[in-house]
Every structure is written in structure tokens, then in C-alpha cells.
Design a protein around this ligand. Sequence first.
Ligand SMILES: NC(=O)c1ccc[n+]([C@@H]2O[C@H](COP(=O)([O-])OP(=O)(O)OC[C@H]3O[C@@H](n4cnc5c(N)ncnc54)[C@H](O)[C@@H]3O)[C@@H](O)[C@H]2O)c1
Ligand SMILES: O=P(O)(O)OC[C@H](O)CO
Length: 331
Amino acid sequence: MNKHQKIAVFGGGSWATAIVKMLIENLETVGWYMRNEQTIAHIKENDHNPKYLRSAELDANRLDLSSDINYMVAKYDVLIFAIPSAFLTGELSKLKESLESKTIFSAIKGIVPETGLIVGEHFNREYNIPLTNIGVITGPCHAEEVAMERLSYLTIACQDEDIAKKMAEALQSWYINVKTTDDIIGTEYAAVLKNIYAVAAGIAHGLGYGDNFQSVLMSNAIREMKRFIKKVHKMKRNINNSAYLGDLLVTGYSTFSRNRMFGNMIGKGYTVKSAQHEMSMIAEGYYATKSAYKIKEEKGAKTPIIDAVYNILYDDKDPKKEFKKLTNKLD
Ligand SMILES: NC(=O)c1ccc[n+]([C@@H]2O[C@H](COP(=O)([O-])OP(=O)(O)OC[C@H]3O[C@@H](n4cnc5c(N)ncnc54)[C@H](O)[C@@H]3O)[C@@H](O)[C@H]2O)c1
Ligand SMILES: O=P(O)(O)OC[C@H](O)CO
């Protein structure tokens, strides 16, 4: 285990904070970029993020904090992005430093709205990062449970096994178990799609559907996910692994799930705007629905659950009627 890996995390939210917590279990120093200078000052003085995961203690002496994205890119070799996908291009537009020699990890579970690409593909096409230097940090893992040091499993996807192993070593600890895979495309799409299915689970709950129906919804969701991913990137994968089915289940059932919370409010009659306003955190599933709907139209995948969520969120359809129609399409 190399304690001196030069890894920096980009983002100031719950997941970035959880990743920093995991990394400082192992590394001497962790670089941490976030926009807000007041938050940086607070972390330096109080050893915790005042806005997200307040209970997670972070030894500020071992953090190299900066609100200058170019400083962070210049100084570190391995860059982990944990900025919600909707804000990624805005943050990257501040870059003057080149990313070309860097290893990039996406911890983002979303599609970049401006390009319609998953994050790894976005870095590959827009920044010329070879796919071999791109990795994904995924798996069924809520930041809140990392803060509580509850046993969690992550999956690191990278085509280069050595890069995946090094990242696994940097993240694993007595409460973090890390697996590796080379399915960088499939795991990223799974992480995007599960957010939409969690929104669907939340809508169902908000409408008054019970556990019996939720299990049918999840059972159909994993088959829909399999069909969708097969259309975009065909390879041998076991859709029942944690990075696919596991992540779908944790997001669909956990009380920590932001996507489920968001869906629940929609099912209860909130507008999209008011549901977003109520939440202090980002529900990626809202943005993912639009991009995934477009991709499935292009690829011709059969996706009744995505269609129903799209119709509700983007076509102003009545959730009750839309779910009634959906119930007839599930088995
Ligand atoms: N929270 C989790 O448990 C978890 C787990 C795995 C993956 N993820 C993924 O990590 C990514 C980040 O999610 P999170 O949970 O940290 O989000 P969060 O809701 O906790 O934090 C939102 C972050 O977005 C930033 N932000 C808000 N408006 C912005 C703007 N206009 N420009 C730039 N930044 C802005 C905030 O400052 C904050 O840092 C998402 O893609 C999410 O799917 C989250
Ligand atoms: O809280 P959610 O719904 O955004 O899910 C967070 C993680 O992706 C779960 O693995």
C-alpha cells in the first residue's frame, strides 16, 4: 500500500466528503477542491464539513484544501470527481491546466447534460483522456453510512487493472470492502439508471403503493437496466453483482436515498421545482431521466419505467394515471 499516492477529490458535497474520509484512512495527504472558501476555512478549524456529513471527522492536517481547481489539477496525479453531473461542465470550464496526463476517476452517478455522455466518456471525448486512464468509483454506498463507518462495498471499474487495484487500496479499510472490474461503461450506466428507478420507487411510495408492488417494480427495473445497458455496451457482465443490482436495491429501498425522497414528493403531488427546493441535496435521477430517455429512443430499448418517469417529470403527466398505465406493463 503506497501511502504517498497523489490523489485529489473534486466536490464539496456528501459523496466527496465521504470519499475524503475513506482516503485519509490510508493516505498521508489528500487534495480536496471545493468552491466555497468559507467551508474550507471551517474544515481547517473544526475538522469537519459544516454542510454535509457533519459527523464525519476529518483530520485537516492531512488535507490539502483549495478553492483553486487549477492548483489541484497541477499538483495531483489521480483526480476523483464527485461534483453532481449538472454542474460538472461549469466547474471544468475553470480549467487552464491540462488533464491529459492525469488519471481520472468518476464518482458521479449521472449523465453530463451538455453532451449526453456518461462521465467517463465525457472525459474521453472532450478532454482526450484515454479510456485506460479513466476509472469509475461505484457500488451500493450511501455517504451517510460511510460517515457512520457501517460496512459498505465499493466497485472500482477500470480497464487498467493496476490503476483499479491502487485505487482499491487507497479506499479500503475495516468498514470499506472494494471489488474491481473492467466494465467502465456498464457500471456507469447502471449507476445512472438506478437513480431513475429510485425516483420511480419514490413516486410509487408517494402514491400509496406498498411493498408488494415495490418488489415487482425493482424486479422489472433490473431487467430494464439489463436491456438498456446491453444496447449501449454489450459485454459479458453479471447484472446481479453489487455494482448493478446492489446499487439499484440500496437506492430503491434506503431511507437515505435522495432520488427516492425526490420521487416520493412527486408522488405526493409536489411539482419538480418545489420538490427540488425542499431538498438540500441533489437528486441525480431528475437529470438522468431526460438523458436516458433520449438514449433509449436512439437505441430502441424497451424501457416502460424510464418512460413513465419521463412523462411525469418532463411532460407534466399525472403521476397517478401514469403509474396506473405502468402497472399494466410490468410482470
Ligand atoms: N451521496 C451519496 O451517498 C452518493 C453516493 C455515490 C455517488 N454519489 C454521487 O456523487 C455525486 C455528488 O453527489 P453528492 O451526494 O455529493 O451531492 P450533495 O447533494 O451532497 O452535494 C451537492 C454538491 O453540489 C454542489 N453544487 C451545488 N450547486 C452547484 C453549482 N451550481 N455548481 C457547482 N457545484 C454545485 C454543492 O456545493 C455540493 O458540493 C452525484 O453524482 C451522486 O450521484 C452520491
Ligand atoms: O441517495 P441517492 O439516491 O442519490 O443514492 C446514492 C448512492 O448512489 C447509492 O449507492
